[in-house]
Design a protein around this ligand. Structure first.
Ligand code: ZN
Length: 741
């Protein structure tokens, strides 16, 4: 495909090719043609029985977790120098954190063994010292990389390393400048180690046309981006530190990982030198004619690069992200860099990618607050993940989004904690595999397990052991981790056991090492003589659950209690001296389980989405970007049920009573709620108001500049950026798993 030495042209129909195959001599183009057709059955026939019987052997052909394989697969022959051992390499354009190329030993007629990417063959990359050169007009990048290798197990003199298949290695030289033999197929390179010595260093020269716009790296006359691209040799996706000297076009901003050591500019080029001392698996680099603003906030410098944002917006982004870094620095461990950066790049595409000292995002038009990518400095950076076995670190990154929202020091702490509990609805994708085995060859399901189920499980663990113990476990985990070693779930389990002094094997067994989620019901609930009794029913696998129960009394008083149910202990009883009128199980919906549609409490975001919106003409810019998809109505109907009214009591008389009901005291541009005051020119308030007889409307006042962080609140006050300050969130008091007594 991209490899000249390995391009085969197979014009014959496949059946004819197959008919010409002589046993013991199947040409690689036959495999290539079958790989292009993703014909798993026919390829399986070219495997040994053992390989063919393993359903995972060729599963990669169905596609990876981030769309890898969409450009199709090719097969090339790789020959180990010196030994002549042959491999069939299944190659496809790579994007990072997904499948890699697939390597099989090839005996001339059959694939006899898989050489998975995490098989290091006894070698590792210790560090890189790289120079990068770009010819933007030709979309070309070339590299000179002094790679330090280490032999970790005796026994072999040959090894494999990998990079993105659009790079061709032109030479490998040893420390004495002698040529080292190698072969390359796709992005897999086979080469030889020196016979003596366990540490050795090779100068590897490679180059290629980098043109995977919005998928992997791309180089063009408008921007260079080397994110989601293996622009450096790796072995078994091990983590390694590096230095980089980048030669980029004059006048362009340069964004690299770690610390910028030096920069000099001339009329011809900008030469920038970076040191990335934190060993990580995934490297990023960018350069382009970006606008840029830096701010010193606390002990760090924050920078944002963008082609779209205004100067004010660049500074706002720095301020928003400074709280995120400060939060993790306090809760997890010391932030290991002096700078944090936010890069907005159109060639990146949708979503974002962590780079540990900065993150690359698709081109945003507005500043935003993102606790996800910065958390990867810990989840993927300090504790590296290969992404070959599970997306454990995505579980922690999504969990961190919630933790930041719940625990950051802004606004009212207890109101904030309730507003940002995440719903934990079970999805059918969770039945496909366990979280611990969420490898990229599962395709899109990988993300459902990593970003989805794993993060919900962590929220449940926080509930089970408490936020303080969870953070203690996290800190122990980070502190005890050997720098650069790859991480999977079991080491975290060890840290939880250590921090709590108990074994949580049952928890990790049921939530991470088996697929699925509980389908829970409650039967026979009754209150008699001061005791509430009932029993849990599981449709399918029974789970051990700590269930919160909200009890409501006739005077409106509420209390929260816990019951523990599990396999072999389905019935429960709870001393409840007074007769409750309502019992709601899992009222905050934090237990991962099957949900029913009738149990979702009201919140402003979902209410407004389905509402008709009336906007007071005197305040057309209020809440402009909140619920803007709602159907607009020109005048207020007499029945306000299902209406979202944006306006002030001064100009919309109906708002007077509604604001009073919500507890909003509005005078001019000032709104006061329970002692908190916001200026409606730089802050907003939104609430769902009960109208009686089951009818509800929503009201909105003011303006937040960039976003509306409402969580699950049914009433909220937001600051000028849109960050939550105060609010009310409702537990579930009707629908599934609630009972009138
Ligand atoms: Zn992530």
């Amino acid at each position: 495909m991209r490899c000249r030495r390995h391009v085969y042209f197979c014009a014959m129909p496949l059946t004819l090719v197959a008919a010409l195959v002589i046993p013991g001599n199947v040409p690689i183009p036959v495999l290539d043609a079958l790989a292009q057709k993703k014909d798993q059955a026919a390829l399986s026939a070219l495997c040994t029985t053992e390989l063919a019987q393993n359903s995972k052997t060729l599963r990669f052909l169905s596609g990876g977790s981030y769309g890898e394989g969409k450009f199709g697969w090719h097969v090339f022959r790789l020959t180990e120098p010196g030994t002549g051992v042959q491999y069939a390499v299944f190659s496809t354009p790579l994007t990072c954190e997904d499948l890699g190329e697939q390597v099989f030993k090839w005996d001339g007629s059959r694939m006899t063994a898989a050489v998975p990417e995490d098989e290091s063959l006894g070698f590792k990359v210790v560090r890189h010292d790289m120079q990068a050169f770009f010819t933007t007009s030709q979309k070309r990048a070339s590299f000179i990389d002094q790679v330090a290798f280490e032999r970790t197990h005796a026994g072999r003199d040959t090894f494999l390393f990998r990079l993105s298949p659009h790079y061709r290695v032109s030479s490998i030289q040893n420390e004495r400048g002698q040529a080292v033999p190698f072969d390359q197929a796709g992005g897999v390179v086979a080469t030889r180690a020196p016979r003596v010595g366990n540490r050795f260093s090779y100068l590897v020269r490679y180059a290629g046309v980098v043109d995977l716009y919005q998928y992997a790296g791309s180089v063009s006359s408008s921007e260079i981006i080397l994110a989601q691209d293996y622009w450096y040799p790796t072995i078994a996706r091990g983590a390694a530190p590096y230095s980089l000297i980048a030669h980029t076009p004059p006048g362009w901003a340069v964004i690299g990982q770690g610390a910028r050591v030096s920069q000099r500019s001339s009329a011809k080029e900008v030469v920038t030198s970076f040191r990335m001392d934190l060993p990580t698996v995934y490297y990023s680099f960018s350069s382009g004619p970006f606008k840029h603003a830096s701010d010193r906030i606390g002990p760090w410098t924050f920078s944002t690069w963008s082609k779209e944002l205004s100067r004010d917006q660049l500074h706002a982004e720095n301020i928003l992200q400074s709280d995120v870094i400060a939060f993790y620095n306090e809760k997890y461990s010391a932030y290991p860099f002096k700078e944090w950066g936010t890069l907005l790049s159109k060639p990146y595409g949708a979503g974002a990618l962590e780079a540990y000292s900065y993150a690359t995002y698709g081109a945003a038009q507005q500043p935003f607050q993102d606790p996800h990518e910065p958390s990867h400095t810990w989840w993927g950076g300090i504790l590296p993940n290969s992404y070959l076995h599970s997306q454990w670190n995505e579980s922690f990154a999504v969990f961190s989004e919630g933790l930041f929202a719940r625990e950051r020091p802004l606004g009212n702490p207890s109101e904030r904690r309730r507003a940002f509990i995440r719903d934990a609805e079970g999805l059918s994708a969770f039945n496909t595999a366990s979280v611990a085995e969420g490898s990229p060859d599962l395709g899109p399901v990988t993300g459902a397990l990593g970003y989805g189920k794993g993060s919900l499980v962590l929220q449940m663990l926080e509930q089970e052991i408490g936020t303080a113990k969870l953070l203690e476990a996290i800190r122990l985990w980070i502190a005890g981790h050997p720098k650069g070693d790859l991480v999977e779930w079991p080491s975290f389990e060890g840290a939880v056991n250590h921090a709590t002094g108990k074994s949580y094997k049952w928890f990790f067994d049921q939530w991470l090492r088996q697929p699925g989620f509980p389908d829970l019901g409650i039967d026979n609930l009754k209150w008699q003589d001061g005791v509430l009794t009932g029993s849990a029913r599981f449709n399918g696998t029974a789970y051990r659950l700590t269930l919160e129960v909200l009890l409501q009394y006739s005077d409106g008083r509420r209390e929260l209690r816990n019951v523990v149910v599990g396999p072999g202990a389905l019935s429960f009883s709870l001393k409840v001296p007074y007769h409750p009128v309502l019992a709601s199980f899992d009222p905050w919906r934090r237990v991962l389980r099957r949900y029913e549609p009738d149990e979702q409490p009201v919140n402003v975001t979902s209410f407004v989405m389905g509402a008709r919106r009336y906007n007071d003409a005197a305040h057309v810019h209020w809440l402009e970007n909140f619920g803007s998809s709602a159907q607009k109505i020109p005048s207020l109907p007499s029945n306000l049920d299902g209406v979202f009214i944006v306006g002030s009591p001064q100009t919309t008389p109906a708002m007077r009573l509604l604001c009073k009901k919500a507890g909003f005291d509005v005078r001019g541009n000032t709104l006061t709620y329970k002692g908190a005051t916001i200026d409606l020119r730089s802050g907003s308030a939104i609430a769902v108001v009960d109208l009686g007889q089951g009818k509800q409307c929503a009201i909105g006042l003011g303006r937040s500049k960039y976003f509306y962080e409402t969580g699950r609140a049914r009433l909220c006050l937001l600051d000028g950026y849109g960050r939550f300050l105060r609010g009310i969130s409702e537990p579930k008091t009707r629908g599934y798993l609630t009972f009138s007594l």
